[in-house]
Design a protein around this ligand. Structure first.
Ligand code: FES
Length: 983
């Protein structure tokens, strides 16, 4: 290339950079920048490939960047020669320095370096600082470090933190976006990437989500609280971007120092490249428990040169050559995270705990001595009391007050609990008793029991631990005495001498550095279903802990609840968005909780059979093809790049025929868009729905057609084409909601619907029916916002709907519709069968003890104690996914949390009963208080489930009953609907 040609090329690239990226290089740097652009463009162009199989790197979203002006540009790169990757990294670094970062991504390989993207959606002007997520003092990063250290216990770890936080043009809000690239280190050497497969990456992230959800660390809870205040999509599961990164959806991963590109139609860089901000190292000294996090580098330490930046790109690249050393699950086998099946009896499984050493437990022998010391220190009684120690003819004796049960209970209250309480992964609450009973080895002197007394559910942490001598067997018997009624239980068997109650005991064993507790598989609430498919048997000394992570994944999904709301909410949310894009609905009345009574009037004969996903369906005709004509003044090349840019999200290919002077874009759906250069006409041939999509996407065509002869031709009706052309301006045809639910004039004001109408001229699309609406003759009412609709069937039999069934709406808000409405059942209608007769309910029960003071007029205040048995019933009209109204275990969990809140409390001290004015905490008041807390917890679960796109059951009422005895109780109940549950 001659010097003149080079200068021209550099100038052209600078102009392209300014044009496509709005980067104007200052005059004094133009020469150097032009040279750099030229070199970079040359390097990238030389490695372009049209074969997707060869592509190793790719321009994100196929964005037409400053260097992509070539005629045959594919925006896919094959960088295979040795040594070229380093050159690519240098170009990336230099372009970043020039303030015009490239927009490249790496194609994810089967094995890749483990990286995690954490994205937290902010509000319009506020977001969580990335330092709170990944800074040197971040509790959250510390938690992740601990988890990684559990997974890789024999290595030292470090994490490179990259930040791309800023304003997201895609979302229109601020966003915190952090990437963590985890590495193993040895000594002071640099890190070696952890290479994983998608499956392992999923498991690790799921386990992190589980731990974050369960964390009791206030700092972590605070992050979650702040995040969910900013946006309700910010659940832990959503914040960890895993499905996109490790699943099939996003196989191109943005590279370090490269910029993100908005989705079409905006398709422009976000101007927030992924840049390195920290390196933290995690170390654990031998035998030390705590993991230390130390910052070894920070971006505050000065500007890096391009060589250092290139090094960062290299260290954080995720592609791996086949056959690269993989840190597989084998390396994780030392961690004991999983629940494993019992090798002898498949009905049981072993659940791991975090108890690893003596110091994790309460030393029982020391505790018993301490109790004796306490009793000795008690003041001597003024007189002796008689205490009955046995019944019937058994002897009685006099004892000192120091030995009375009351004195012992007083002493217990001043002491630490005698056992350690542990909540298992299966949600069982158990107590670990330690160093009591027979045996020499401390590790053998461990017993696990249920945490509450089988008599009246008192927590045995407040009980007394004893070593009772068994003279016959010449051994000591570990016992616990319940402080309420003084029944004692053998910690080995759970038996209570002389009583029928039996304390539940759990076998436990020490294995691979921690204690496991045996639990029946049947009591795992379905959390361990992975066993069914992938049995994982606990051998004597070898446990494949990889299954543990798999189970953690199962559990995290199940334990966040199967939720519930009226079935329409998720679908209509989607509709609302699409409607709002086209028209202003602010003036239209938004109705919430509208109720429509309807019946199915035309069931398909093949109900229940699987239908092909495409095609018109029984009784419906094939959608006609349309041929629309538009004008485009540009040339073939311009048309090609415009159409590719506009339809980047669509599945199609472009062909240029220079002989015929045509450019043809063909989609896999049979649609074609042909541009004829000779007359500058564009012909769009597609089904009517697709025509609308293409026209909306190809804004350049609409603009170009202004004033041109618009010869829209439709084989069926010309009116449809008119509607399409008007789409977005009349707000009618283009804003048609998928369900085609439209209201008659009489019902518009109530439900805000418009009439059933096809795009072809306002006639009903119902086959075999004459037009029920003549929209052309009537004013077009904008489609208003539909927030929630309750469908009430007339008979349950008629409510078994399927796609294509015709529905006749007969009643709106309890008023009969004068002329019935018709529409076809859509997928979401079929998914949730509506059961109108009868109501489902689930119930959960728990208990708590509290004391409180009653103030009744005319009598002295008096303080009393109460053991309240609390029942919660959740009612609903229809079932959700998996034929459940809601996951009972979630109900149990919610109620348990509420009980913990009140258990062993003096209610007089709780602010909720003192403000705004003091209330007597009668059972009625308690029922209301429990109801309020339960519904609030329920709402949170529903929101999370909705965010996951789950199909929910329909909850209509929650009822709470508080029993103070078996003959006296009170309750509180309230009707709920989708709106109140989603508030
Ligand atoms: S003995 Fe424990 S509650 Fe009665």
């Amino acid at each position: 290339m001659s010097a003149t040609q080079g200068a021209t090329r550099a100038t052209a690239l600078l102009a392209s950079l300014k044009n496509r990226r709005q980067v104007d290089v200052p005059p004094d740097r133009r020469n150097a920048a032009g040279e750099l652009l030229e070199k970079t463009a040359h390097f990238l162009e030389a490695r372009e490939t049209s074969n997707p199989q060869d592509a190793t790197h790719q321009v994100l979203k196929e964005f037409s960047d400053w260097w992509c002006g070539g005629q045959k540009n594919t925006k896919k790169l094959a960088i295979a020669e040795t040594g070229t990757l380093e050159v690519l990294y240098e170009h990336i670094a230099k372009m970043f320095e020039l303030d015009a970062p490239l927009t490249l991504g790496e194609r994810r390989t089967e094995q890749f370096s483990f990286f995690q993207d954490i994205e937290i959606r902010g509000s319009k002007d506020n977001k969580i600082d990335y330092r709170d997520i990944a800074g040197p003092d971040s509790a959250f990063l510390h938690l992740l470090g601990r988890i990684m250290a559990e997974l890789y216990p024999k290595q030292q770890l470090q994490v490179i933190v990259l930040d791309a936080s800023g304003h997201s043009n895609k979302l229109g809000v601020e966003q915190t976006a952090v990437r963590l690239v985890w590495q193993l280190t040895s000594g002071s050497s640099g890190g070696q990437n952890i290479v994983v497969t998608s499956e392992i990456a999923f498991r690790i992230v799921d386990y992190m989500v589980l731990k974050a959800n369960e964390s009791t660390d206030q700092n972590i809870k605070e992050i979650h609280r702040r995040a969910s205040t900013l946006s309700n999509v910010n659940t832990w599961k959503n914040m960890f971007v895993s499905d996109d990164n490790y699943g099939g959806k996003r196989s191109t991963i943005r590279m370090t120092l490269n910029d993100e590109v908005c989705d079409p139609p905006m398709l422009r860089p976000e101007k927030r490249p992924l840049k390195p901000v920290f390196i933290h190292r995690f170390s654990r000294e031998e035998n030390a428990q705590d993991l230390k996090m130390e910052q070894v580098w920070s971006c505050d330490e000065g500007q890096l040169g391009s060589a250092e930046y290139a090094k960062f790109v290299e260290r954080t690249a995720i592609r791996q050559a086949t056959g690269h050393y993989v840190v597989t699950t084998g390396a994780m086998s030392d961690c004991a995270l999983g629940v494993v099946q019992d090798s002898e009896d498949p009905r049981y499984c072993w659940v791991p705990t975090d108890i690893q050493r003596c110091s994790d437990l309460v030393d029982g022998s020391q505790w018993i001595s301490a109790l004796e010391q306490h009793l000795k220190a008690e003041p001597k009684p003024s007189r002796q009391l008689r205490m009955t120690v046995s019944e019937g003819d058994a002897p009685q004796f006099w004892a000192s007050a120091a030995h009375t049960l009351r004195a012992r209970n007083d002493a217990l209250r001043k002491m630490q609990p005698p056992a350690r309480k542990v909540r298992l992964l299966t949600q069982h609450e158990v107590l670990f008793w330690f160093n009591v009973g027979p045996g020499v080895q401390k590790r053998d002197r461990v017993y696990v029991t249920e945490s509450t007394c089988p008599h009246q559910g008192v927590c045995l942490l407040a009980g007394e631990l004893k070593d009772v001598e068994d003279i016959v067997n010449e051994e000591t018997v570990p016992m616990v005495r319940c402080p309420r009624h003084n029944k004692t239980f053998d910690l080995r068997t759970g038996e209570s001498p002389g009583n029928c109650e039996r304390l539940r005991v759990f076998p436990c064993k020490f294995h691979q550095g921690r204690y496991y507790v045996q639990v029946p598989v049947a009591e795992t609430s379905g959390t361990l279903q992975a066993f069914a498919n992938e049995p994982c048997v606990m051998q004597d000394d070898d446990v494949d802990m990889t299954e543990g992570l798999c189970l953690a994944r199962e559990r995290s999904e199940i334990f966040t609840c199967t939720p519930t709301t009226d079935w329409v909410a998720p679908s209509y949310k989607g509709e609302t968005r699409s409607v709002q894009r086209f028209q202003d609905t602010s003036t239209a009345p938004a109705r919430q909780g509208a109720q429509i009574k309807f019946r199915s009037v035309a069931g398909s004969p093949d109900y229940g059979e699987k239908k092909p996903s495409r095609g018109p369906g029984p009784g419906r005709t094939e959608e006609p093809m349309k041929n629309l004509e538009r004008s485009y003044p540009g040339d073939m090349q311009e048309f090609k790049s415009e159409i590719e840019r506009s339809l980047a999200g669509q599945d199609g290919t472009t062909e240029v025929d220079y002989e015929k002077e045509t450019v043809t874009w063909s989609s896999t759906k049979g649609a074609t868009i042909v541009f004829r250069h000779a007359n500058h006409k564009v012909h769009i041939t597609a089904k009517e729905g697709l025509c609308r999509v293409y026209l909306n996407a190809c804004t350049f065509l609409q603009a170009a057609s202004q004033g041109s002869t618009d010869s829209a031709m439709e084989r069926g009706s010309t009116r449809a084409a008119t509607s399409i052309r008007l789409g977005g301006t009349n707000g009618y045809a283009s804003s048609r909601a998928p369900s085609q639910v439209y209201a008659p004039p009489g019902a518009r004001s109530a439900a805000g619907f418009s009439k059933p109408m096809s795009l072809a001229g306002g006639n009903s699309t119902v086959p075999g029916r004459s037009a029920t609406a003549k929209s052309a003759d009537k004013p077009k009412v904008p489609y208003t916002r539909v927030v929630s609709i309750d469908f009430v069937g007339e008979t349950s039999g008629e409510m078994d709907l399927k796609i294509g069934d015709m529905i006749e709406v007969v009643e709106v808000f309890g008023m009969r519709v004068r002329r019935p409405l018709h529409f076809h059942a859509k997928k979401f209608l079929v998914k949730e069968r509506i059961r109108s007769y009868g109501t489902f309910f689930i119930g959960v029960q728990d208990r708590c003890m509290y004391s409180h003071t009653f103030h009744f007029s005319g009598s002295e205040p008096f303080t009393t104690g109460c053991t309240a048995v609390v029942q919660v019933k959740v009612f609903g009209r229809s079932l959700g996914e998996g034929d459940v109204l809601m996951d009972i275990s979630v109900g149990q969990q919610l109620l348990r949390e509420i009980m913990v809140h009140y258990d062993h409390k003096n209610l007089d001290e709780l602010e909720e009963f003192q403000t705004p004015s003091r209330r007597n905490t009668t059972v009625e008041v308690m029922a209301e208080a429990v109801h309020k807390r339960f519904v609030s917890g329920l709402k949170q679960h529903l929101a999370e489930e909705l965010a996951r796109g789950k199909t929910l059951g329909s909850i209509s009422k929650v009822e709470v009953v508080v029993k103070e005895s078996d003959v006296a109780f009170a309750g509180f109940g309230e009707e709920l609907n989708a709106t109140s549950l989603s508030e």
